[in-house]
Design a protein around this ligand. Sequence first.
Ligand code: EPU
Length: 431
Amino acid sequence: MEKFIVNGARPLKGEVTISGAKNAAVAIIPASILAQGTCIIENIPRISDVTVLIRILKDMGASVQMLDNTTMEIDTSNTMLPVVPYELARRMRGSYYFLGALLGRCSRASVSMPGGCDFGVRPIDQHIKAFEAMNAKVTVDRGMVNTVANQLLGGHIYFDIETVGGTINAMLAAVKAKGITILENAAKEPHVVDLANFLNSMGADIRGAGTDVIKIHGVEQLHGTTYSIIPDQIEAGTFMVAAAASGGDVLIKNVIPKHLESISEKLVRIGASIEEHDDSIRVIGHLPMNSLSIKTLPYPGFPTDMQPQMTALLTMASGTSIVTESIFSNRFRYVDELRRMGADIRVDGTVAVVQGVEQLTGAPVKATDLRAGAALLIAACCAKGTTEIEDIYHIERGYENIVEKFIGLGADIRKVSVDEPDRTPVMAQAL
Ligand code: EPU
């Protein structure tokens, strides 16, 4: 077990380069098994979720190798075993994309119910509804989701709720289904579009990705491809918020500014300055910050995956902020940890009322999930004194080289083994 030790109250300054998008990678890597040849995927983020996907692919019979640090070659010409066991599926949410991909490849799949961040109930009824509309039979037995189809057929699916995972899984199953599939009320997130572009580069015929109606003409075969994953919208947003909250000045490189508009707009309202360039964005923080109300919404609204980081920032803004979480039922579990650092936050269901304080103070805290961990890291960089963040494996699931990237911006952070004797005089620094 490892933890981060952060000495805070330092403005972040300098440049940081954003890695490939986690939520695109976790869809594109499983999608590669639909190809009749070899896929070369560039801009792969080096995160633990990707390591799990490599293990799943290898277990199924694929040959996977890294051609360099960020380029992966996947060859699935061997017979694939259409099973993802509990031991691997429980480690990440994206493992359920093998349901759609294996259905397309092998006409059957058995995948353990997925793990991932715990923000309350996360059903997959919409995924199942989509597979059934495409002529697949779905059963759930002892934690395994089993799907089988003699012949996948195009279907007309109206999602009852905008679901990223449901939209992606339906696209994966539909690309090789016979006939036309129409997805209505589809998710519009950048990684949905990235997956569609990847599949189209393999010979699929998907139109409308990025709008709420996606039309897929099934094709007989898909071929190998070379494709580069988009930059990570949420990693970029995390550094933008960290720069603003610390009163810093950071140039965030390798981004698509259009994907960051909802975040930039909020940062301007709290008083930060934003400069947009072609593929980079500069954020200059000005303290004290203004309070703000935000509500999470599907893209292009403010992303739920930025809610904890923005809440961490608002704990240090002047006045009262209201944060409404409208995607997940329980995404405020990290609030208790911020309170340990002196934050004044009251939560009532899916609404948090944040009363800004002048300064947070370092404390021992635990990352309760991936973005919660990022929020604690931002708070720790701004807080007076030393913060120890435990359960950092959550953070490493989705952020590549996060310690090195923060150190590159002048943060005082180190990763230590929990068993290592702690040489940092925590109490002395916190006082
Ligand atoms: N939902 C249903 N039924 C379904 C599917 C979803 O009721 O069949 C509900 C969910 O419970 C939730 C809402 O619909 O209330 C939206 O869920 P969605 O399916 O969009 O989320 P997801 O696919 O489980 C992905 C990302 C999350 C991100 C959400 C929302 C991946 C692997 N995960 O999850 O990313 O928060 O979309 O944008 O792509 C993260 O990166 O930290 C993360 C949690």
